[in-house]
Design a protein around this ligand. Structure first.
Ligand code: FES
Ligand SMILES: [Fe+2]
Length: 402
């Protein structure tokens, strides 16, 4: 038996939320979207992280991230959540180059800005990294290398599966009334499948004697069979050690047996990439990505906007379609609808648990199978209460930073 590491206050109080915003969401690489959404020149998406409006734009084939605020009076450069439009402010028409530098000012004379002053005007930019089709941004002025946040196994997996993604993506968003950590912890907790998803997800899985989902076979998987690029990826059965856990350990990749049942749309797909299994990646701090049989993929993100609020984002797409098969919007809608049903089964409980935590002084106990949750709790407490956050980010890595 273990005691929970985090008290209820960590899920309910503004003080902890503010520290998270500064030391986690203001410092780490955050998922912004998928390259499928940013294929063409001037394609853009707008996100809101920690109250910061972030614009990700395809500028001449390069993905750039800016604070979505004009250098004149702060108007968002892009108003829509996504679309295709040049970097021109809708208010008074100031335009910007792909690197965010001011390009032109209509009615220039009325501003009385000399050339030197104009040269200093630009959009505030943020670091961008793409890993396969996954686009990450970092709000820090001194971003840590993404290889320090994510393990080689996770980065390899994201990179290697990406070429198999169909270009069409279904996307939706909603607001949840719970703390983001409840969502992250839940993804690590396989023991809820049989209770919360009794009718939906659980019947698709195979469970072993100890109650845990079974190990998948790999020989039939084009993704993971011996000799493939992903053959040596190590999937977690439990979680990281409860003490001295490193940042990289907080993202956990798992793969479970899920007996293959051929779905009607399998015939439309280029190939079934991982029959007999589903894999799932908890990408710290707030993303869940995985695949059912390598036939369809889900990507979910829970962005905290208050101690008891998340903005939930969800993307669904299939493996590549066969040559000549047209896009399948109804199929994507159907998969997304089914997935939302599973997500809602969790969300109803998160909302109820959040309410209960508001008045709780302690949280009960944890079982041995919940070590990954306590491990993250240890890291969280250490990271949020230490003065020098960068050193703690790296603790246990053997590397040294000033
Ligand atoms: S606020 Fe952007 S041009 Fe005026
Ligand atoms: Fe769940």
């Amino acid at each position: 038996m273990m005691q929970p590491v985090l008290p209820p206050a960590c899920y309910t109080e503004q003080g902890w939320f503010d520290r998270e915003q500064e030391k986690i969401f203001g410092k780490l690489w955050l998922l912004a979207g998928l390259t499928q959404q940013l294929q063409a020149e001037n394609d853009f998406i707008v996100r809101n992280f920690s109250g910061v409006p972030v614009l990700i734009q395809n500028a001449g084939g390069t993905l750039r991230a800016f604070r979505n605020a004009c250098a004149h009076r702060g108007m968002p450069i892009q108003i829509a959540d996504c679309g295709n439009r040049r970097l021109v402010c809708p208010y008074h028409g100031w335009s910007y180059n792909g690197d965010g530098q001011l390009r032109g000012i209509p009615n220039e004379k009325i501003y009385g800005l000399c050339k030197k002053e104009q040269a200093n005007l630009k959009l505030h930019s943020y670091a961008v990294e793409t890993v396969g089709n996954f686009v990450f941004v970092n709000l820090s002025d001194d971003p840590l290398p993404i290889t320090e946040q994510f393990s080689d196994d996770l980065l390899l997996l994201l990179r290697e599966v990406s070429p198999h993604f169909a270009p069409e993506v279904s996307y939706s968003t909603f607001t949840g009334h719970y703390n983001w950590k409840l969502n992250f912890e839940n993804i690590l907790d396989w023991n809820h499948f049989q209770f919360v998803h009794r009718q939906s997800l659980a019947p698709l899985l195979e469970f072993e004697g100890d109650g845990g989902p079974g190990e998948p076979l790999t020989q039939h998987s084009p993704f993971f069979r011996p000799g493939s690029a992903l053959a040596d990826v190590r999937f977690s059965r439990g979680g990281p050690p409860a003490e001295s856990v490193r940042l990289k350990d907080l993202s956990i990749i798992k793969r479970y047996a899920m007996p293959y049942r051929r779905r009607w749309f399998a015939k439309l797909l280029d190939r079934t990439l991982d029959p007999g299994a589903f894999f799932d990646c908890n990408i710290f701090p707030n993303v869940n990505f995985g695949s059912i049989h390598g036939e369809h993929f889900y990507l979910q993100q829970f962005v905290p906007t208050a101690p008891d609020r998340v903005e939930y984002h969800s993307w669904v797409f299939t493996a590549r379609l066969k040559d000549g098969v047209p896009p399948q919007p109804h199929l994507l809608w159907g998969i997304h609808h089914a997935e939302k049903g599973v997500v809602d089964e969790d969300v109803v409980l998160f909302n109820a648990l959040q309410k209960a935590l508001e008045s709780a002084s302690t949280i009960g106990v944890m079982g041995d199978h919940e070590t990954s949750i306590t491990a993250i709790g240890h890291w969280y407490k250490r990271h949020l209460t230490e003065e020098n956050a960068r050193n703690v980010l790296m603790a246990g890595d053997g590397s040294h930073h000033p």
